[in-house]
Design a protein around this ligand. Sequence first.
Ligand SMILES: *Cc1c(COP(=O)(O)O)cnc(C)c1O
Length: 383
Amino acid sequence: MNKDKIWLSSPHMGGNELKYINKAFEENWIAPLGPNVNEFEKDIQKYLDGEQNQGIEVAALSSGTAALHLALILAGVRRDDEVICQSMTFAASANPIVYQGATPVFIDSEKKTLNLCPVQLEKAIKDRIAKGKKPKAIIAVHLYGMPYQVDEIHRIASEYEIPVIEDSAEALGSTYKNRKCGSFGDFAVLSFNGNKIITTSGGGALITRNLSDKKKAVFLATQARDEAPHYQHSEIGYNYRLSNISAGIGRGQMEVIDKRVSQRREMFQFYVNLFRGIDGISVFDEPDVEFFSNHWLSIIFIDKQKLGIDRETLRKHLEAENIECRPLWKPMHLQPVFMNCPFYGTDVAEDLFKNGLCLPSGSNLAPKDRDRIKDAILSCLKN
Ligand SMILES: *Cc1c(COP(=O)(O)O)cnc(C)c1O
């Protein structure tokens, strides 16, 4: 194969990242703390707070997974507890529940946003309570950058007084009713992994609603050292803090976040135009004006009956052209490792998984890349 690979979503530097990294070198702040970490946290805080000025706090961590783990600890999740989690998501949303020795209870999606179905959510809460165990937390995900039904989900959560952990790993820059995703939950989580809308090469953040939760998170993330001249511990700690080098990349990336959002949305518009008038392919879009997606990944759904070919045929055709595409996240209740966990729902997430395809969505795709994608898709549909 001689054509360059077109990736689903690859890192896209803004230009100033090296400046901040060099500063760290000059000052010898090559450590999991330092000025870049503090400034990066401030950048995120300012960005998420917006005009609502909600007084949220940010702890920069080594990954989104670490942030989810600490959120569960701060929400009081312990051994043998149950935690509700969206089934259709990346495994990292659910794995930290098991790190705590708790059990995930998986919930189906609704078709409007692909996220937590409010009806199944409420059904599950009632049933778990009836069975004698009230869920300790709800993990709600803004999948592919599309906000979940925020009002509806949070109404149910507050009715039953269950904290929401907002998994906003894929949704930095998305908004619901003009408020930024990552600012809704009792705790929220961001990821700066290499494939996300901005990256620190590996990193994440925990968003809290007050300074004492942030302080507790940072304490746990730095090995839970009590105040003493020697190493004194009365709790189990973790090594979850972001490094000052990675945070330097993050500072450069935060300068271009709005640009990255518009570029991803342009890629999405490219697909809307490409598939307009093609019967059997629908591009997954915002349900109404209250939802604003960063369109981290653009997604299509294929109706095999109408189109004449199925998802796998198209995916393999693009793969042969060295264009990376992926099926949607395989729901957690269908994963071997979670087979014995409770699930509430029908076949909504399963169908989305069967017929959906994520297309190359990077903010750095050039016009010639788009031409190659377009030609490859059209040639597949012609055959
Ligand atoms: C990427 C991702 C995570 C985990 O983030 P890492 O930084 O890779 O640990 C969690 N949840 C979702 C939905 C993600 O896409």
